[in-house]
Write a protein that binds this ligand. Sequence first.
Ligand SMILES: CC(=O)SCCNC(=O)CCNC(=O)[C@H](O)C(C)(C)COP(=O)(O)OP(=O)(O)OC[C@H]1O[C@@H](n2cnc3c(N)ncnc32)[C@H](O)[C@@H]1OP(=O)(O)O
Ligand SMILES: CC(C)C(=O)C(=O)O
Length: 583
Amino acid sequence: MRFPTLQAPAGPVPADAPAWNPQRGGAMPFHRYRPAHERVHVPALLRRWPGHRIERAPLWVPVDLRDGNQALAEPMDPARKQRMFDLFLAMGFKEIEVGYPSASRTDFDFVRRLAEQPGAVPEDVTVVVFTAARADLIDRTFEAVEGLPNVVVHLYTATAPLWRDVVLGKDRDELRALITAAAERMARLGEGRDGLRFQFSPEVFNLTEPDYVLEVCNGLTALWDADPDRPVIHNLPATVEIATPNVYADQIEYVDRHLDRRDAVILSVHPHNDRGTGVACAELAVLAGAQRVEGCLFGNGERTGNVDLVTLALNLHTQGVDPMLDLSDIDEIRRTVEHCNRLPVHERHPYAGDLVHTAFSGTHQDAIKKGFARHAGTAAELGLPEREAPWSVPYLPIDPADLGRDYEAVIRVNSQSGKGGIAYLLQTGAGLELPRRLQIEFAGVVQETTDDSGLEITGEELYGLFRAEYLDAGAGREWRVGDDWAEVDGRRGTGAGPVDAVAAAVGAEILSFNEHAVGSGPDAVAYVEARIGGTVVWGAGRDASVLTAGVRAVLSAAARAGVGRAGTDRVAAGRLTSGRGRA
Ligand SMILES: CC(=O)SCCNC(=O)CCNC(=O)[C@H](O)C(C)(C)COP(=O)(O)OP(=O)(O)OC[C@H]1O[C@@H](n2cnc3c(N)ncnc32)[C@H](O)[C@@H]1OP(=O)(O)O
Ligand SMILES: CC(C)C(=O)C(=O)O
């Protein structure tokens, strides 16, 4: 274990490093690996994909019940499989890979139940089943799908040189012969069956020579006699992600442009996420010509997972493209997937994590608060409900409401928060609209508390702090007022109105005064900024009477300036008993 004595790498600074970059290398055995472009050569290509845009959703195919399932320590039991399948239907998937029926009894029985239970598979939904290129497995697969009206039988074999050599022990020709024999068997078993289509995956496509992929795929297109009404699916997996996404896009575009009977082929992709770029690979592949994407919800799958279909779909949504899936209750989807997979979805997972719409930091909160206000204004101007108005709020790429979430978690306060977030929570939680300078003053109070505790503070706790600091500050004082006079604890003052008169009675000069009703409830809140004894302080009061709220705000400011706090000022000593109010 080197960590306790970890030192900066000792290697030399590369000769061509610019002066501003003093990094030294040599700490990691990187020389053991070869770059992707040496492992797979994509023939020269005048790329078109960089200039394309994604303007419609590809055909989505969830493979959670097969590829996702084979990655679980505890594979799904039949109840969990059914629950996941029902979720896919509810979300609007039209093609669903349901298992590897020749591999296990659970999968076989699950497919049989779908075939035998009336109405288990809606008419417009196609079931995909997976098989290796082995006669016994293919036969069992066809047994499983007997009676299903719309089926894709998905054949796979690894085609990359390392797999040919190490795993299958076959050269290119021998492997092509094995695939062809399997495909012929499938064609024979499927003869005369309506609603049956075929899919082929050259596993580890991304490490396979492109000309070999074309040789095999074009051979199968011909063998299965694909046509536009009964297209074949060629699915090109990045089984183990090994290169930057642009390399995958080049590979897909190359195949797209060289496939035979292109209109009789659905070009599909199946990215994994070993480099953390599965989503980018899928998106660039669609730019490059892919029409169908296989993946798993929230990116479950072998090793670092399959590409995440939820992220892909919502990436489209946030670009104004119909994702063609219903993701409007993301938390229910997440809960179901967590239940079925017995794996948690990370708090930072795109779109779905618990924390992904939450800002803790001050400047982000300030921007979001302003963004919400602007959004409400825009909606009003357009005469649209806020849920319908165009969305453009800083730091929130999606309206959480589109995913069935409320705004409660959007702003949360801790020691890194500023006035904007605090004001937002007081506004949304307690209906208080603090004037800007009071926001600044109160933020200091909050900061002291959160710095001391190191903890987050909830909206309720914030209101408690505000009440203790301001609303209760002037409590315990006796006062009465007339139109232009006031008496506070026996001290008299006069002014243009009762609140002015109270200010005069406690020796305060009012610099600003604001009041508003609290939501649709009976209470009003008043805020006073006052100069008292040379200091400027804020006070706030709350009451069902606007007048009382105003008086209390002045008394609160006075108390906070040290005037009238019990034991600190002589007016606190004597109480009038005939007053009209008690602060
Ligand atoms: C990238 C992917 O996701 S591929 C899908 C992988 N999924 C799974 O493996 C889950 C389910 N699989 C299983 O339960 C089992 O592997 C079974 C039941 C299908 C087969 O089990 P077994 O007969 O015991 O074989 P085993 O699992 O050892 O498979 C390896 C054999 O299949 C061969 N093989 C591997 N892939 C393929 C293929 N696509 N087509 C034909 N043969 C293949 C291997 O070369 C090896 O053959 P060998 O025994 O002659 O050396
Ligand atoms: C065989 C294909 C579809 C696959 O699961 C993979 O390559 O990951």
